[in-house]
Write a protein that binds this ligand. Structure first.
Ligand SMILES: [Zn+2]
Length: 386
């Protein structure tokens, strides 16, 4: 799943009537309440609480059509993922579903349009990784996506050609050093093949990031041998044995990624705040960010996880505001209250092709001082007012 795969969702238009049921369901089997298909009970409870709020006969019919479709799908679902995202539009019978391998909070939304923010947030955390696990004699190649690991069979090296040098007596030092030199040369030849593997991974598996795994003396040598364009993709190295299980490799990659994700978030927040202060194609704070969204100028939207703020939206052009005005100052349309203007800003941003970065922990605390939300802007064009 990439942002490209989600384009059919982002391009769907708002419906004139309430007809779209968006459902996020946590089906994680490590949670006791989800065992024995407990998630089905939870889904029915969410749907019946929405159903109770509806009074219009035609709308009830549309809702039941949607909720039955999603409940049928879930009742046939054989668990594997930790969460499910599902959308059903009763207007045209559109149905879309996706497994998400991160724990997403269960929630259902009945609306005129798709509720995409949780999906975009989950996607932000799920990049595609390449992993090479190397030692003096072997190489293993993996890709990791949405917490699933795939190992690609590669031709291993001939281990007989590589000598493992252990402790030797001082009287053998001369010959041991020659043997060591030969082994070093062999490792170098082997690592060159690993470099080719890495290149293959990036080209054919579309990986965004690389993790180098193996004994640190080998991975540091490998890192030096990578051409710059590949070295730039390396987000970390992990010390591990060549015969580690794919599960162990996955755990290590997840830990490296977690660290990298947090570092990136801290960096992005620092940059957006600094650039906004200098007015260099960035804004910080809710009202400035909403202005940028309204003008279609957001390149990347950054916000603190869990941030939520009531606000206002124009019924005509969907412009967003923090304060209630008489009418929309873009089109003069009628303004109505929305329960969460952050969520609306994310949805608008997604439809404009903006990238979304949800930050947590330390980065989130730093961003909250600046209003909890900010954005990098697209390059200005002459047609945009300054
Ligand atoms: Zn308007």
């Amino acid at each position: 799943m990439t942002e490209k795969d989600l384009q059919p969702l982002f391009s769907r238009r708002e419906r004139p009537n309430m007809s779209v049921l968006s459902t996020y369901l946590n089906v994680d089997q490590s949670q006791e309440s989800n065992l024995n298909r407990g998630f089905e009970t939870q889904l029915q409870a969410m749907n019946s609480s929405i159903r109770k709020t509806l009074h219009d006969t035609a709308e009830i019919e549309r809702f039941q059509n949607a909720s039955h479709h999603i409940e049928d799908f879930v009742s046939a679902y054989k668990h594997g993922a930790r969460s499910l995202a599902m959308f059903f539009d009763s207007t045209d019978g559109f149905f879309w579903h996706q497994e998400i391998d991160s724990p997403v909070q269960s929630q259902a939304r009945w609306d005129r349009e798709l509720f995409l923010q949780p999906l975009a947030a989950a996607l932000d955390e799920s990049e595609r990784f390449g992993v090479v696990l190397v030692d003096h004699a072997h190489r293993r190649v993996f890709s990791v996506f949405l917490n699933e690991i795939t190992e690609f069979p590669r031709n291993g090296f001939d281990p007989r050609k590589v000598r493992h040098i252990k402790t030797v007596g001082t009287d053998h030092l001369g010959s041991a050093s020659r043997v060591q030199h030969k082994a070093d040369e062999q490792i170098r030849i082997n690592l060159r093949k690993v470099v080719e593997d890495v290149d293959w991974l990036v080209k054919t598996q579309r990986v965004h990031f690389l993790v180098l795994a193996g004994r640190s003396e080998v991975t540091s040598q490998l890192r030096e041998m990578l051409p710059k364009r590949l070295a730039l993709l390396v987000i970390g190295a992990a010390d591990m044995a060549i015969d580690s299980s794919p599960k162990d490799v996955l755990d290590v990659v997840s830990a490296v990624n977690e660290r990298h994700e947090r570092d990136t978030e801290n960096q992005v927040v620092k940059e957006v705040i600094t650039a906004a202060a200098k007015k260099q194609k960035a804004v910080a704070g809710l009202s400035h960010t909403l202005n940028a969204v309204n003008q279609g100028r957001v390149w990347q939207l950054i916000y603190s996880d869990g941030l939520c703020s009531p606000g206002f939206e124009c019924r005509e052009c969907a412009a967003l505001f923090t304060a209630h005005g008489r009418c929309c100052h873009y089109c003069g349309g009628k303004i109505e209250a929305v329960r969460d203007v952050i969520e609306r800003a994310v949805e608008h941003g997604l439809r404009q092709g903006a990238r979304i970065e949800v930050v947590k922990g330390h980065a989130s605390a730093t961003l909250k001082v600046a209003g909890g939300i900010g954005a990098f802007l697209k390059a200005r064009t002459a047609s945009l007012r300054s």
